[in-house]
Ligand binder design. Structure first.
Ligand code: H2U
Length: 357
């Protein structure tokens, strides 16, 4: 078998993603080509801790006129412009093979991570991030009990590069009457693996990653961060629990504490990589709220950051990637080594001479 980093993987090759049943083309030799892209020096953030014009800051009015409370930790509210609306779980209309629709109902929530307008998870302390983990969990617990909800997708879009509309630290939760197709595919692949092998796919994958070590970024007793073997985005990572746990709802208090610690360490490494507030989209995948059995389902988070070479040079999924399949030059092993070599003290704290922890 070809092991990652062996001479066989030094040339162009494809890597298989067993969670999504997809491929990525890896071309490490291309990193040698001349680079004529624009490289700029990023400016440090100069946001105020409170912005009177921000619709997410405590006590401010939102776009629909509702006023936020004087919250001191996290604050979750119904999205005023929801993509999904509550409604009867109507039966699917008659369909043919070419023009297919089905009803979709649901609810959308916004979670403010902190009252501070100028912070991100990377600059929050572990206790503050633990409140975010608790808030995600409470939201999933509550939404999963709502009649007709079958999946609760927790996610964060961070940074203007990801289309985030406001720098105030926040994430979103969309709860829907059907399981969206990305988690649905992962659940099907995990089920197939569990039926064939009698073990869970991500548990087996994690054990192999820990044995090899070259894609592991950081870990603690309860969590491991890896750049997946099949990563598409340059510094894509997965956060995987060491214990076979299927959902945020099933984490122990200690696992939540350790998750908070792990997320702080990962996001600090991300910011330190290019000395900027590192943009990404991230989300959790776990057990649906459909009450059915999901063999082999292991909770995990995915981080998809677009930056490639600097605070401003990003990867686009274009050309061959839109017409053929995703492609990367930087190998997952090199990306993991770059992230591993970063400090876990935030660069802004180092600049200010006052490490947070
Ligand atoms: P993004 O920054 O990822 O766009 O998320 C912000 C969300 O906040 C977005 O979904 C909602 C938007 O609909 N929002 C409100 O619910 N109320 C507001 O007053 C403004 C924004």
């Amino acid at each position: 078998m070809t092991t990652p980093g062996s001479p066989l993987t030094a040339g162009p090759h494809r890597r298989y993603n067993p969670l999504l049943d997809e491929w990525v083309l890896v071309s490490p030799h291309r990193l040698e080509r001349p680079w004529q892209g624009q490289v700029e020096k990023a400016q440090p953030s100069s946001l105020p801790s409170y912005d009177p014009g921000c619709y997410l800051c405590p006590e401010n009015a939102r776009a629909n006129g509702d006023r936020n409370p004087a919250y001191t930790t996290t604050y979750a509210f119904d999205n005023d412009f929801p993509a999904l609306l509550p409604g009867a779980d109507a039966p699917a209309p008659a369909r043919d093979d070419l023009f297919v629709t089905e009803p979709q109902s649901g609810r959308c929530r916004v979670v403010c991570f902190s009252p501070r307008h100028d912070l991100t998870l990377a600059q929050m302390d572990t206790a503050g991030i633990r409140s975010v983990v608790d808030s995600w969990t409470e939201e999933v617990e509550r939404l999963a009990r709502v009649d007709g909800i079958r999946y609760v997708q927790v996610f964060e879009n961070k940074g203007a590069a990801m289309g985030c509309s406001n720098p105030h630290p926040h994430g979103q939760i969309w709860a829907s009457a059907t399981v969206p197709h990305v988690p649905a595919r992962k659940l099907a692949m995990q089920r197939r693996y569990a039926e064939r092998h009698g073990r869970d796919l991500l548990g087996d994958y994690l054990a192999r990653e820990l044995e090899m070590g070259d894609r592991v970024v950081c870990r603690n007793e309860a969590w491991v961060v890896v750049v997946p073997f099949w990563a598409v985005w340059p510094f894509e990572t997965m956060v995987i629990p060491v214990r076979m746990v299927d959902d945020l709802r099933a984490l122990t208090g200690d696992e939540r504490d350790q998750l908070a610690e792990m997320l702080r360490r990962l996001t600090v490494r991300y910011d330190n990589l290019f000395q900027c507030s590192f943009p990404y989209s991230m989300g959790w995948h776990g057990r649906p709220a459909d009450g059915l059995e999901h063999p082999g389902c292991r909770l995990h988070a995915v981080y998809f950051p677009p930056l490639l070479r600097s605070a401003t040079v990003r990867k686009f999924l274009v050309g061959y990637e839109m017409t053929g399949e995703p492609q990367r030059d930087l190998t997952a092993e090199t990306a993991a080594a770059r992230l591993r070599s970063q400090s876990e003290v935030h660069y802004l704290d180092i600049l200010a001479g006052s490490p947070a922890e």
